[in-house]
Every structure is written in C-alpha cells, then in structure tokens.
Write a protein that binds this ligand. Sequence first.
Ligand code: NAG
Ligand code: NAG
Ligand code: NAG
Ligand code: NAG
Ligand code: NAG
Ligand code: NAG
Ligand code: NAG
Ligand code: NAG
Ligand code: NAG
Ligand code: NAG
Ligand code: NAG
Length: 837
Amino acid sequence: MAGGGWALFLFLAVSVCCAAAQEPNTDAFFLSKFFSKLGRPAPPPSSNTSEGPCSWSGVFCDGEGRVVSFSAAGMGLAGPIPEDTVGKLAHLERLDLSGNRLTALPDDLWELGAALTELNLSGNAIAGALTNNVGNFARLRSLDVSGNAFAGVLPPALGSLAGLRVLNASHNKFQGQIPGAVVSGCESLVAMDLSYNALDGDLPDLSLLRSLSYLNVSGNRLGGSVAGAFQEQLMVIDLSNNGFSGLNFSTGYAGSSLTYLDLSGNEFQGEFTVVAGRFRNLKHVNLANNRRLSNGSLLVSMGGISGLEYVNLSSTGLRGQIPAEFSSRLVGLKVLDLSRNNISGVIPDLSSLQLQVLDLSVNNLTGEIPVTLVKKLPSMERFNFSYNNLTVCASELSPEAFAAAFARSRNDCPIAVNPDKIKKHRGKRKEMKLALAIVLSLFFAALGLLCLAVACRRRRKRCDTQPVVKQVSFKEESASVSGPFAFQTDSTTWVADVKVATSVPVVIFEKPLLSFTFADLLAATSNFDRGTLLAEGRFGPVYRGFLPGGFQVAVKVLVHGSVMEDQDAARELERLGRIKHPNLVPLAGYCLAGDQRIAIYEYMENGNLHNLLHDLPLGVQTTEDWSTDTWEDNNGGVATENITPEGTATWIFRHKIALGAARALAFLHHGCIPQIVHRDVKPSSIYFDSTMEPRLSDFGLSMVAGTNTDNDLLHHSPGYAPPEFSNSENVMATAKSDVYSFGVVLFELVTGKKPLGDEYPDRKEESLVNWARAMVKANLGSSIIDPKIRDTGLERQMEEALQVAYLCTAELPSKRPAMQQIVGLLKDIEPKVAEQD
Ligand SMILES: *[C@@H]1O[C@H](CO)[C@@H](O)[C@H](O)[C@H]1NC(C)=O
Ligand SMILES: *[C@@H]1O[C@H](CO)[C@@H](O)[C@H](O)[C@H]1NC(C)=O
Ligand SMILES: *[C@@H]1O[C@H](CO)[C@@H](O)[C@H](O)[C@H]1NC(C)=O
Ligand SMILES: *[C@@H]1O[C@H](CO)[C@@H](O)[C@H](O)[C@H]1NC(C)=O
Ligand SMILES: *[C@@H]1O[C@H](CO)[C@@H](O)[C@H](O)[C@H]1NC(C)=O
Ligand SMILES: *[C@@H]1O[C@H](CO)[C@@H](O)[C@H](O)[C@H]1NC(C)=O
Ligand SMILES: *[C@@H]1O[C@H](CO)[C@@H](O)[C@H](O)[C@H]1NC(C)=O
Ligand SMILES: *[C@@H]1O[C@H](CO)[C@@H](O)[C@H](O)[C@H]1NC(C)=O
Ligand SMILES: *[C@@H]1O[C@H](CO)[C@@H](O)[C@H](O)[C@H]1NC(C)=O
Ligand SMILES: *[C@@H]1O[C@H](CO)[C@@H](O)[C@H](O)[C@H]1NC(C)=O
Ligand SMILES: *[C@@H]1O[C@H](CO)[C@@H](O)[C@H](O)[C@H]1NC(C)=O
C-alpha cells in the first residue's frame, strides 16, 4: 500500500510538473491538464516527428501544431471531464472519449464551437441532460452519446445540425417524445439509433429524412402507428420492443430497399401483408411476440421473398401449415423460428435450406419429422421441436439432445433401421462374403420380332447352361460398393454383394421375435435361384421362398432405386404392413439391403387373374407385356398347380373378382389416410388366396420403388393407363386413374379379351376399351360377353357390368365414379354375392 501511494505521489508530482512545464493556454497545456486532472499519465508518443502532445497517440495536430483530433477512448478515465481542458481546444474537429468511466460534461465543452464534426462520448457514465447547447456544433456530422446515463428530453436543438449523419443516443434514459425538430432539421441523417431509452409518444413521420437508411428505436415506449417509419429510403428498421399497434404502410410503399425489419415485441394487430413485390429484398424479418398479429396467410406470403435469411415469427398467433414452398423458394434461409404458435400439419422437407437455427417448438405439428431434415440436425447450431405431436427416429441423437429438443415427441424408428435387435439375437457374426449374381438373360432375343417400339419391354430370364451373362465378381465391384452391402443393377443382372448377410434384418411384422436376416432370405430362395423365380414384374423379380418355420412367402426385389430415404421407405413399408383388408394381399415384411428394398408378401398359391383369364400356367411370366408369350420353360421347379377354368369360368366368380378388387381399391382410396393410389391395377395384380378369394397386390409400392427418372413406374401398365396419361408427361396418378384401370379390368373380366392387341370382332379398334365402349354405346353389349361365361349367368347382369366399366373408363377423370360408388353398383348387379357380407 505504502509503496503504491508513493508511486502515485511521484507520478502526480511528475505530471503536474510536466503540465506546469507547458506554456499556459496552449493546446498542449490543455491536454496535459486533461490527463493530469484525471490522474493519468499522458499517452506515449506515437511518432517522433514532433514534440509534445502532437506526438501522443490519439492526438493529431494541424500544420500549426493545433490539436484537431483527440481520442482518449478506452483509457479507463474516471470522473467528470475537467473544465479548461478539452473544452478549450479551439480547433478540435474530432473528440472521442468513448469507453471510459467519465461522469459529467464540463460547461466549457459547448465552447468547442464550429469546427467540431465528430463527438463520441459513447460508453461512459455521463448523467444529466443533454442540453440545447449541442446546437452550437453547427458542423457536427456524428454524435454518439450512446451507453450513458443521459436523462431528460432529446434536445430539439439537434434539429439545427443540418449536417448530422449519425445520431446515436441508444442505451440512455432519454424521455419524452422524439422531437419533431430532429426529423425536420437533421436532413442529412443516415443512421439514427435511439434504442433503449424511455421515449414515448408517436413515431414522427420520417419522410423528410431523405438519406436515412438505418433507424433503431428498439426498446422504448413508443406507440401508435408505424406508418411514418416505412419510407422507401430505409434499409434497416428496428422498432422492436415498443408499444406500437398500427401496422400501416402508406400507399405505394414497396419497401424495395428494406433488408432488415424487426417489429418484434409490440402490440401489432391484424395481418402483416407482403403484397406482390413489396419487401422483395428483405433478408431479416422478426415479427416475434406480437400475439395478435396474424391469423392468415403470413407464412405463405413470406414464401415469396426469396432472399430471406432470417425469419422469426415466434409467438405471432400463426395458424395453418408450413408451406412446402418454403423449401423450394427460401433457399438461403438460415434461421427459422416459428415457435409458440398454433401451426399444424406436417413439417415439410426443409433439408434443402441452409438452416442453422430451426425452432418449431410449442406448436400443433404432427406426423414424422422428415428423415432428410433429421440427418442435418447434427450440423446445425440449434434446433427445437419440443411440445408438438411429432414422431422422429432419433437414433443418431444423444438422449440428452433428444430430451432437450424433442420434449413430448415420440422416438420411433422403423424396425429395420435399428439393427441392434438383430445383433443381440445373433451371436455368430462370421463374415460371410458372398457375391451373388442373379442373371436374367434377354428372353426376347429369340422373339426379336416382338420388340416393337411401345410394346417392347425387356423380359429377363435366366439361362442356366450358357452364361450369356457377365459374371460380376465381388472384387471387381467392391471399389464402387459402399457400406457393408450393396446391390448392383443393370439391365440384365442384379447382384447382391452382401458381406454380412446375417447383419441385415428381415422384418416380418407378424413374427417380430423370429428376427430373420438376409441370410435366411438367401436360404429361403436358394440364393435367389431362378428355380424360385415366380415372376418378373414391373418393380423387379419376385421369388418364392420358405422362411424358417414353414412360412411361405413371395419375395419381391424392388430393383429400381427410389429417391426415398431408407428410413422413410422402411416407415412406408411398415405402414403398408399395417394395412389389412380381406381383398388385399398382405405385406408380410420387408428388408433393406443396400440400395435394394425387398418386399415380402404372403404367398398366394392360386396364381393371379391374368393367368386365370388367359389360361396361362402359374410359372414364370412377365407382367409387363401382353403380346404373345411362350411358356416353354415354366416347369423348372415352380409350383404349377393349374387352376382349371372349370368352376372358375363362371359369371358368379368373375363378379366376385370384380367386387373384391373394387372393395380393395375403395379401401385404399377411402379407408387409408393418407390415401393410397395403386397406380398399377391390372389382372396380374389380382391374386387368389387358398380359398380363391381375390386379393389385390402391390399397393403402395410405387412410392418405395419409384424414381423420378423412371416415369414408367409412375404410370400404369400399357393398356390400363387412362387417356390423360398419353396427353401429358407430368400427370399425377389419382384415385380416378385407378378407377379407369379398374374399368379396363372389368371389361376384361366380362369379355375375356386382353386390353391391347387382341381380336375385337366387328370393329377395327386397337384397344379393348375403345371397342367395348363403342359396343356398349351402340347397345351391343351382349354380343361382346366372353363365350366362356355367357351361359353361366344372366346376360342382363353382365351387360350391367359392362355399363359400370363404361362409366369407369370415361374420358374425363371427373366423370368417372368413385370406387365406393362402384362397389355399390357392382353389389346391385348380383345381390346373391352381395348378401354374403
Ligand atoms: C524516430 O526516431 C528514431 C530514433 O530515435 C529514428 O530512427 C526514426 O527514423 C524516427 N522516425 C521518424 C518518422 O522520424
Ligand atoms: C464511438 O466509439 C465507440 C467505441 O470506440 C465506437 O464503437 C463507435 O463506433 C464510435 N461511434 C461512432 C459514431 O463512430
Ligand atoms: C449505437 O451505440 C450502440 C452502443 O454503443 C451500438 O451498439 C450501436 O451499434 C450504435 N449504433 C450505430 C448505428 O452505430
Ligand atoms: C437496435 O438496437 C438494439 C439495442 O441497442 C440492438 O440490440 C439491435 O441489434 C439494434 N438493431 C439493429 C438492426 O442494429
Ligand atoms: C391506417 O391507414 C388507414 C388508411 O389506409 C387510416 O385510415 C388509419 O387511420 C391508419 N391507422 C393508423 C393507426 O395510422
Ligand atoms: C383474423 O382475425 C380477424 C379478427 O381479429 C377476423 O376478422 C378475420 O376473419 C381473421 N382472419 C382469418 C383468416 O382467420
Ligand atoms: C426470435 O425473436 C425473439 C424475440 O425477439 C427472440 O427472443 C428469439 O431468440 C428469436 N429467435 C431466434 C431464433 O433468433
Ligand atoms: C390454438 O388454437 C386453438 C383452437 O383455435 C386454441 O384453443 C388455442 O388456444 C390456440 N393455442 C395457442 C397457443 O394459441
Ligand atoms: C391441433 O390441431 C388439431 C387439428 O389439426 C386441432 O383439432 C386441435 O384443436 C389443435 N390443438 C391446439 C392446441 O391448437
Ligand atoms: C397426435 O397425433 C396423432 C396422429 O398423428 C393423434 O392420433 C393424436 O390424437 C395426437 N395427439 C394430440 C395430443 O394431439
Ligand atoms: C425447446 O423449447 C422448449 C419450450 O420453449 C424449452 O423448454 C426447451 O428448453 C427448448 N430446448 C432447447 C434445446 O432449446
């Protein structure tokens, strides 16, 4: 202590002595006195060009040694600014005393006079009023008194500072209104920051401040309308945390310069409107905490401002859904806060955005969080989905992160995405390397003539004796293989490269405890041997197999990739697995193996309607093509219990098939949420179970197997596609396109004709639909009834069925009846059958 006191004394003595050494009433004298009075040493020289204060850092002199700029920022100066010091620097242009602990201004500060252009007193503890004397500084361009304890009103004399460009009075205790004189007089003002004071009253009209681009009056007690602030020249408007209530824009205001808008924490009512073109350059918008702001189209209209980076609509009383346009239009969005609203519906796929912060907490959102979005979460700064009604598969998030950001959400992963279960059950995890090529040669080589432009579909068959096939060895391919397993497909082969077949789970919904693996599937199908091939369908080959426990299944390999994430595909397959109806072939399970999705169905032992109608055996077949087929090699170990047409070639049975298929479709269209459009209704999708009950298969698969490149899968099979599909490329399949396909099947059931390329007597029609419709229209329906069934029932009923088919195949989708109505119509035709339920 004593030593310290001594040093201070010595230092003071030296300073006083030095100050005293200055000639009185010179700038050097005043500056020396400034430091000595504040108990500080003068700053070290910054250069040796001159002697005395002009060499001090922070001090600049003019040619005559007069101080024109003085900065003592952040030097820890404390107490009142002494009189007869800086106030006496007659030629001072810039004074910066910011970031000290100064408490009061000297009376002679106002004598500085006309030369002063910049005054920075920011970040001190100066109390008291800012007087009208500030008007003395006629040439002032920048006044920063922010971060002090100034009280009282803002001096109206500020309005006389016509050259003032920056006014910063933020973080003080200024009260009263914003003086009208300021907004009329300070015509050069570029930035005005009055934030965090206690200003009240209305916001004046700022239209006279033609250069103003930055306005911040955040954190005051201002109220009324904000119309005055919305002037075309403004780029930044921060009116947050006040009591504004009137959200009015003057007519013609387009806000085309506005990039930053903060209206949060006010009492705005009504709707914030983004009319066409308005705010088109907005990047940052915060309307948070205006509970009564919007009940309408705010979110939708936001989607129209493509440059947005920050959107904060927390606590704005929002309703409705998050528009899907967000993800396509707001590609630059980094922060999205929609928390504490009443937003419902599902979360759209926002993964294409550059989101760093996403807060959707405390809303009314439902459904699953898109997997693509969940995958991006670990790279985000902050996210919150709490207090909604959401489901997420959070397998990659820590339990802590889940608890914090997903409160009240359900953590629910599709079974196949969680291989832990399998690992527990399967002790031996021997590496089983296995390259398996299942090769299907081009069958139509022998039938080359059939390859006509449209009708030509590739048909794959395997050739046992002559490997026409390129043998794809594991080593060759391993470079391009990622992960433990992958499939390769090209036009003629698909290759399973599975290193650890026992680690790939096969989910069987009804038998969850059996934990089958891909190895079981391999065993069940003799490594997908051609002997077990049932069909080569549109989605890929179908094999027959016996899973351990004698569970007979049809294994459908969905060869085509899909844009769907594995997890979404698994979820979708699990959803399909829950869909049960007596006229649907139940999906029994699934397996995700590399890029391949494998759907496992209960085996339908009595074949399908295509076989039945056209007297085909049950062996290998193509479901893609309807032109002449040869079936010479259909007995390679495949079950061929032939369903002889006797007993099945009756009107009553055809009707039962029609009604069963109609019921299945009505259930998919009207009984499932979301609705399932089949997209591929045709006889080879209608199977018969052991009791000959018709069952529709393959529903919902186009989502899991479809791609956007392969439009084939999104469209119906040839002959079954409604006319709207031939007109345009981008038609979406709807329930009404299923109705059309069903109509074709119904014609087929009654006439026994194939939809394309068959013989249609009396007409030169190239398709069943055109022919049958023309005949029905001409009242010649009875002449086209399949001779095989004609005598097995009432002709009138068959004609009525043709009329239903006629309705279903109407040119205009809107003219076609709904599937439910068709069920009713078909029931009416044959009451005996209908009574059975
Ligand atoms: C400052 O003085 C040093 C010696 O003390 C000299 O080397 C240097 O050149 C001087 N700088 C200027 C700008 O005069
Ligand atoms: C005043 O000084 C502070 C601290 O040095 C600085 O951040 C601020 O930009 C200055 N104000 C003006 C208007 O230059
Ligand atoms: C005004 O001063 C505050 C506190 O010093 C600062 O944060 C703010 O950026 C300044 N405003 C402007 C427009 O420079
Ligand atoms: C307005 O002022 C407040 C308080 O100083 C600050 O937090 C806010 O960032 C400012 N707004 C803008 C747009 O600079
Ligand atoms: C808002 O504008 C309308 C006319 O557009 C005007 O009648 C009304 O007074 C304005 N409200 C406020 C609070 O300024
Ligand atoms: C919004 O609320 C106002 C009353 O506050 C009501 O008149 C208006 O119909 C509502 N608009 C919508 C879209 O709900
Ligand atoms: C949204 O604005 C409110 C109020 O200004 C604020 O508390 C919240 O942190 C903001 N959210 C984000 C993500 O910036
Ligand atoms: C959401 O809307 C419902 C129904 O209109 C209402 O009862 C509920 O209070 C609203 N919740 C919030 C947080 O605004
Ligand atoms: C949530 O949304 C559902 C409909 O989507 C509605 O019935 C329910 O009232 C909403 N709940 C709240 C709290 O708003
Ligand atoms: C949550 O959503 C499910 C459907 O997704 C619904 O059945 C359930 O009632 C919802 N729960 C609440 C509390 O809204
Ligand atoms: C998410 O929001 C809830 C509700 O506001 C809050 O309790 C929770 O702390 C937030 N979690 C995170 C991680 O921000």
